[in-house]
Design a protein around this ligand. Structure first.
Ligand code: ADP
Ligand code: MG
Length: 351
């Protein structure tokens, strides 16, 4: 009767049931411990592009410098971005193909380099092209370009991408991404549970502010480089204890690994999926809230099981000492409690 079968069976069936329950709803956990941790979360950090937004930006405005040739700039930018996997890059390539046709594929791009969280550089016909944030092409030059047109576009919540050729800005592209339908709902539900929400983005201050306001998130941090995302997560951990990070990009992977629970969007990059502890297969952010509730339920059931099985074992041992229990009853008590504990765990299969 002292054998701890019920105690051992307290946790695993419950955990596996909960994992399989959430898998049916499109949420994959890479282990029971992550599901357990989820209920302890006090703060959630979201990436912007591809996480809070659909990650399918479209080019809305293009402003080309007077000295440059419009089609040529659009074509070269599209050709360079064709080699990048960033969502902005895909949008810029699609735009170039639409505007200038297949000639995009005839541009000879050399030495294409990605500067994570900043942009890309490449050499075309002997000229050095840089495409990305103001810091890449020169902040002063960027904000002065065409009487500060970039600030106006950013205030509209658009992401502004600069293109420079041999350190001369030749064009500005504004891209607009739409907020995911469920993002606002998910953030509201998390806030209702007392979880602090924050957006970490590599995008500029004005765009970040516009999107943060639209999503209803508590706070935001703009111009965040990939390694800075990690230090912000660490700061949040000091302040709040358990922190979740939700992201999709290569640049989010270090932060996903640092957070107590790293959550990747199913549409995200392979690295993000690989690093995360939990994957939202259908990109549905509201599932985070549901999973938190499931996590609490699981922890509760595991505790019930542990208390119950310990109580049964102690009772059986004591009754053995006092000679009030014989072998058949002892077996029934021991096996019965094991079965009850497993059945209790299986309740987590139902939602
Ligand atoms: P987020 O954190 O919002 O997902 P990133 O950190 O990936 O954004 O990128 C931050 C910024 O760097 C973008 O807003 C853009 O200005 C610039 N950028 C990054 N990659 C590219 C690229 N391939 N082409 C142009 N701009 C880029
Ligand atoms: Mg992203």
């Amino acid at each position: 009767v002292a054998s701890p079968c019920a105690l051992v069976a307290s946790i695993m069936p419950a955990t596996l049931s909960a994992i399989s329950n959430s898998a049916r709803k499109g949420v994959l956990f890479k282990g029971g411990v992550h599901l357990e941790n989820l209920s302890h979360i006090k703060a959630a950090a979201f990436d912007k592009t591809g996480t809070l937004t659909n990650g399918k930006p479209v080019v809305t405005d293009v402003i080309i410098a007077p000295h440059a040739e419009q089609d040529e700039v659009i074509r070269i930018v599209a050709a360079i971005e064709n080699e990048s996997t960033h969502s902005l890059a895909k949008a810029l390539t699609a735009y170039g193909l639409e505007q200038t046709g297949q000639s995009v594929h005839q541009v000879d791009v050399q030495d294409m380099k990605t500067i994570s969280g900043t942009g890309v550089t490449a050499t075309v016909k002997g000229s050095l092209w840089k495409i990305g944030k103001p810091s890449l092409v020169g902040v002063d030059q960027a904000y002065e370009f065409q009487n500060g047109v970039a600030s106006r576009l950013a205030n509209e919540g658009k992401t502004v991408v600069f293109a420079s050729c041999d350190d001369q800005i030749v064009g500005v592209f504004a891209l607009k991404d739409t907020i995911r339908q469920e993002a606002k709902e998910a953030i509201k539900a998390l806030k209702n549970r007392g979880i602090y929400t924050i957006m970490l983005t590599g995008d500029n201050e004005q765009t970040a502010k516009a999107i943060a306001r639209e999503a209803g998130i508590d706070d935001y941090i703009a111009e965040c480089l990939p390694n800075e995302k990690v230090s912000h997560i660490k700061k949040l951990q000091e302040k709040y204890g358990h922190v979740a990070m939700i992201g999709d990009g290569i640049n989010d992977a270090p932060a996903l690994a640092t957070a107590n629970v790293g959550i990747a969007m199913g549409e995200g990059t392979d690295v993000a999926l690989e690093t995360a502890d939990m994957v939202l297969m259908k990109n549905d952010l509201t599932k985070i809230v549901e999973s938190t509730a499931l996590s609490q339920r699981m922890n509760r059931i595991v505790k019930q099981n542990i208390y119950f099985s310990l109580a049964v074992i102690v009772t059986l041992i004591l009754s053995n000492f006092f000679q009030v229990i014989d072998l058949p009853l002892g077996v029934i008590g021991h096996e019965g409690s094991t079965i009850l504990v497993i059945l209790n765990g299986l309740r987590l299969l139902k939602s």
